[in-house]
Design a protein around this ligand. Structure first.
Ligand code: GRF
Length: 195
C-alpha cells in the first residue's frame, strides 16, 4: 500500500478528489496533507476526514527557500510517504527538494503542457485562440512544469469563454484526471492517462 502526502496552498479541491479516490482496492492511502499557508481551507477539509495535517508558513522565511523547505520536510519525512502529490501547491521548490523525491513527486498543471508552463494559463490559451485547453499531471523535475507527462485531459474552449469559465471547466477535468493518474502511478504503471 503506497503512502501518499499531498501538498496544497489553498482550497484543496484537487486534494479532496485525491482523498476520496483512495478507498477500497486503490493501491494508495493518504498519510498527510501539508500546506505552506496555515489558513489554507484544504487543511480543515482534510482534518475533518481524519487525515493528518501540517503547515509551514512560507512567509516566515522571507524568501529563504532552503530554510522553508527544511521545515516543510519535517512533517513530510515523519509521515514517510512513498509518493508526493502537489495539488494546487503554489510555491516553486528548489532542485534539492525535487531531487530528494524525484520519480515519486507529481504535480497537476492547468494547461496542456508543454504549452503554457507557469502562470495565467487560461488567459494565454484564450489570447492564442486555442480551440482546446486542459490540464496535465507530470512528474516533478527541477525545471518548472517540464517533467515526464503522466496524464492529460482536454476540454473545449467555447465561444464567449472568459478566464473564469475556462478555469472552471479545466478544474473539473483536473478533478477527474489526477485521481486516475494517481491510481495508475501507485500501481507502478507510468503509461499516460489520456482523457
Ligand atoms: C487551480 O487553479 C488549479 O488549476 C491548479 O491549482 C489551483 C487550485 O487548485 N492546479 P485546488 O483547488 O487548490 O486543488
Amino acid at each position: 500500500m503506497k503512502r501518499v502526502a499531498i501538498l496544497i496552498s489553498g482550497s484543496g479541491s484537487n486534494m479532496l478528489c485525491l482523498l476520496e479516490s483512495m478507498q477500497g482496492a486503490h493501491p494508495a492511502r493518504p498519510v498527510l496533507v501539508v500546506s505552506n499557508d496555515p489558513a489554507a481551507a484544504g487543511l480543515a477539509r482534510a482534518a475533518e476526514r481524519g487525515i493528518a495535517t501540517a503547515s509551514v508558513d512560507h512567509r516566515a522565511f522571507k524568501g529563504d527557500r532552503a530554510a522553508f523547505e527544511a521545515e516543510l520536510l519535517r512533517p513530510i519525512l515523519a509521515a514517510a510517504p512513498d509518493i508526493l502529490c502537489l495539488a494546487g501547491f503554489m510555491r516553486v521548490l528548489t532542485p534539492a527538494f525535487v531531487e530528494r523525491f524525484r520519480g515519486r513527486m507529481l504535480n497537476i498543471h492547468p494547461s496542456l503542457l508543454p504549452k503554457y508552463p507557469g502562470l495565467h494559463t487560461h488567459a494565454r490559451a484564450l489570447a492564442a485562440g486555442d480551440p482546446q485547453a486542459g490540464c496535465t499531471v507530470h512528474e516533478v523535475t527541477p525545471e518548472l512544469d517540464a517533467g515526464p507527462i503522466l496524464g492529460q485531459a482536454r476540454v473545449p474552449v467555447l465561444p464567449g469563454d472568459t478566464e473564469a469559465t475556462l478555469a472552471a471547466r479545466v478544474l473539473e477535468a483536473e478533478h477527474r484526471l489526477y485521481p486516475a493518474v494517481l491510481a495508475r502511478f501507485a500501481a507502478g504503471d507510468r503509461r499516460p492517462v489520456l482523457l
